[in-house]
Design a protein around this ligand. Structure first.
Ligand code: HEM
Length: 533
């Protein structure tokens, strides 16, 4: 409870930081002035006009006026927790050092502190947590070599494979710019021209599109990364988080029941589980593929609309994460947390996945705007290790990143006057050869429908039924030509898939008129007319 956690008795009055007569809990302004009256602003007489020199009042109100920062342009609604990652030292049966020299993975039992933020994607900072939407799963590892962020989602694939399409995708998902209401017609208008989205849509409109909470869902890095060993050799990797709590998803109806009573259920579930000592855990798994184009596969390993089939690329455990501490302040830790795909440590590397490259620009760019250019000096984002840079100043510079003993006059490199020096290189760089024409071209093996159809056939019956019902329910609002384009795409995934959506839409069209009348009637019966007062 709120009362129980923060009430303390009066503290010592011998603290040299206290002015005479002050108690540790004495209210002050940000200037340290004791506040003797916090109930009344200063006015001429008890009913009179206010005066402008009232510093306390103006500081209080003007700070309040600035309490909000821009919310994340996507993933605005979230919840976070602190924890620890413990390495196995192995990847499957092999020593992990065969593939990566990243220090956090090397020794069995090695612990690295982490901070995790889970989120929904499309709507604002206080929107319901029951919505059909991917869920964000972002992990910051505070390693001895600096921070590593693994910024993933619950689902293992994504809507698009080229970063230049991201603003369009998000605009179609966000509320209509005129009505400020999310509109399924706009969503499917975009999807009907983006066939690479079919795999993701097939998952999103199934029960996998509404995880029951944040503890009982998987996570995935989605994009393809690399691991680099101490000889500088790279392999392609994908990351996945497997919840030890099991996986649980909701039907649309179950979600609506929860949403009618509680639109914060996932945040609450996470907070309360950790508060009662029921610490959620995930195992980190990787899939490994030799670096290269892999012409033998029917998909491109750099295409994030595809999964790497488990039978060919087994999930190999590398460690376990436990979330064991709630944030003490939501804003300072969860809201100001800044994750990015560019944040890697030695032994981890980028692949040429075009989405990954686009994302890597976008995250720190938005954070310099959203939080400010010195966002990495905030405690939640700062590495828990030595930081020494020649970057200086900017809004809200909180400290100077000097090394102890460094000449404070020298904020440049190279210097002979005791400035910062380059780190010694301890292992060879990974130096892949890149050659080709500069073009605007899609990858060759797009295969937009194969895995979507396979997923459709792999669902359990009830999942498939939900999928059709949810798609029909959403598509029913779209213009007939958009419905038609979508049915053609579903048909290419699987003939049965297309047929069932088409049948559902035909039925919906018949039922629609009757339903509309009924709904209006019901609303009239159920509302209670009020008298003016
Ligand atoms: C948040 C851009 C694709 C997962 C964000 C933010 C931006 C962004 C600008 C807000 C960051 C902030 O304000 O701190 C992009 C772009 C993408 C892309 C340009 C594609 C080109 C993806 C994909 C995933 C993903 C494929 C999943 C693997 C996340 C997560 C967050 C996020 C989890 C929230 C992080 C947090 O909790 O603070 N993205 N994104 N994004 N994105 Fe992406």
């Amino acid at each position: 409870g709120v009362a129980g956690t923060s009430v303390q008795g009066p503290g010592s009055t011998t603290d040299s930081r206290l002015a005479s007569g002050e108690q540790p809990q004495t209210l002050t302004t940000r200037q340290g002035h004791p506040v003797t009256n916090n109930q009344n602003l200063r006015t001429v007489g008890s009913r009179g006009p206010a005066t402008l020199e009232n510093y306390h009042f103006i500081e209080k109100l003007s700070h309040f006026d600035r309490e909000r920062i821009p919310e994340r342009v996507v993933h605005a609604r979230g919840a976070g927790a602190h924890g620890v990652f413990e390495a196995y030292g192995t990847v499957g049966d092999e020593p992990v050092s065969k593939y990566t020299r990243a220090k956090l993975f090397q020794e069995k039992g090695k612990q690295t502190p982490v901070f995790v933020r889970f989120s929904t994607v499309g709507h604002g900072g206080h929107s319901p947590e029951t919505l059909r939407d991917p869920r964000g799963f972002a992990v910051k590892f505070y390693t001895e070599d600096g921070n590593w962020d693994l910024v993933g989602n619950n689902l293992k694939v994504f809507f698009i494979r080229d970063a230049v399409k991201f603003p369009d995708l998000i605009h179609s998902q966000k509320p209509d710019p005129v009505t400020n209401i999310q509109n399924q017609e706009r969503i499917f208008d975009f999807f009907s021209g983006s066939p690479e989205a079919m795999h993701m849509i097939t998952l999103l409109y199934s029960p996998w599109g509404i995880p029951a909470n944040y503890r009982q869902m998987q996570g995935s890095g989605v994009n393809t990364y690399k691991w680099v060993n101490d000889r500088g050799e790279g392999v392609l990797v994908k990351y996945h988080w497997e919840p030890l709590q099991g996986i649980r998803n909701l039907t649309q109806e179950e979600a609506e029941k929860i949403q009618a009573k509680n639109f914060n259920h996932a945040t609450q579930d996470l907070y309360e589980a950790i508060a009662r000592g029921d610490f959620p855990q995930w195992e980190l798994m990787v899939q490994i593929m030799e670096d290269g184009e892999h012409p033998e596969l029917d998909f491109d390993p750099l295409d994030d609309t595809k999964i790497w089939p488990r039978e060919q690329f087994p999930w190999l455990p590398v460690g376990r994460m436990t979330l064991n501490r709630n944030p003490e302040n939501y804003f300072a830790e969860v809201e100001q947390a800044a994750f990015g795909t560019g944040v890697l440590v030695d032994g981890l590397d980028f692949s040429d996945d075009k989405m990954l490259q686009g994302r890597t620009f976008s995250y720190s760019d938005t954070q310099r705007y959203r939080v400010g250019p010195n966002y990495l000096q905030l405690p939640i984002n700062a590495p828990k290790k030595h930081v020494a840079t020649n970057q200086r100043d900017g809004q809200m510079a909180y400290r100077v990143d000097n090394a102890p003993g460094q000449n404070p006059h020298v904020n440049y490199e190279p210097s002979t006057l005791n400035g910062l020096t380059e780190a010694p290189r301890t292992a060879p760089d990974h130096t892949p050869l890149v050659e080709g024409r500069l073009v605007r071209q899609s990858i060759e093996r797009t295969n937009n429908f194969g895995q979507a159809g396979e997923q459709y056939r792999n669902f359990e019956d009830w999942e498939r039924e939900e999928l059709i019902r949810n798609l029909v329910g959403s598509l029913a609002d779209a213009a007939p030509h958009i419905q038609q384009r979508m049915v053609e795409l579903f048909t290419q995934c699987d003939a049965d898939y297309g047929r069932r959506v088409a049948e559902g839409l035909a039925q919906a069209a018949q039922g629609m008129e009757a339903q509309k009348e009924e709904a209006v009637q019901q609303a009239e019966e159920q509302s209670h007319e009020a008298q003016p007062y």
